[in-house]
Design a protein around this ligand. Structure first.
Ligand code: 5GP
Length: 195
């Protein structure tokens, strides 16, 4: 990992459907210094997703080649598809930008092994599992079987809250966004003070 200077790396993890993607995009829109780390995945694109913006959609074969060549900082198999963060993309972006990672707990654990990085690890949860199921259904992006699988992984996902620096309960998107902003701003301020 390259020396990342004053730029920060914010990891946002959550069970599926808690609002992470919306929040990630809101942060990037408000804070122009932030770039979203675009992952590679073997899952198929959803109708609203664009290659290179939402993900780099690649084949299983290509993904496994990249694993073999040790090109990833982290990767995981989630819901039967691979997802991973390419070293090259992070190393290039962090020179000029702050980065947000929308990755799961497995990837967070792997990134945490790079002790030279000052990661800010945020875990988002909902206090209402029924609400979560409704959101997964309403967003209309997954088959019934996928919704079920994503919903069932909730209990496994939240077991890993302890690996994070901050836990936020997303009851209200605006409040949640404010909390994330405060975390980011206080960490940026610490950077300025120590520079
Ligand atoms: P989705 O299929 O809904 O886009 O993402 C499913 C899960 O994969 C989400 O929890 C998301 O945070 C996670 N994910 C996306 N990209 C990566 C990645 O590069 N690495 C890891 N470990 N998880 C990822």
């Amino acid at each position: 990992m390259s020396g990342s200077g004053e730029n920060i790396m914010v990891i946002l993890s959550s069970p599926s459907g808690v609002g992470k993607t919306t929040l990630t995009k809101k942060i990037q829109q408000k804070y122009k210094s932030f770039k979203i780390s675009v992952s590679h995945t073997t899952r198929s694109p959803r109708s609203n997703e664009i290659h290179g913006i939402d993900y780099f959609f690649i084949s299983n074969k290509k993904f496994e080649e990249l694993i073999e060549k040790k090109k990833f900082y982290e990767y995981a198999k989630i819901f039967e598809n691979y997802y991973g963060t390419l070293k090259k993309n992070v190393d290039e972006s962090i020179i000029t930008n702050d980065l947000i990672f929308d990755i799961d707990w497995q990837g967070t654990k792997q990134l945490s092994n790079y002790k030279n990085l000052k990661l800010i690890k945020i875990f988002l949860i909902t206090d209402n599992k029924n609400e979560l199921k409704k959101r997964l259904i309403n967003r209309n992006q997954n088959t019934d079987a996928e919704i079920d699988r994503r919903f069932k992984s909730f209990d496994e996902d939240i077991k890993h809250w302890n690996d994070y620096d901050y836990i936020i309960i997303n009851k209200n998107l605006e409040v949640c966004f404010k909390q994330i902003e405060n975390i980011i701003l206080s960490n940026k301020k610490n950077n300025y003070l120590s520079s």
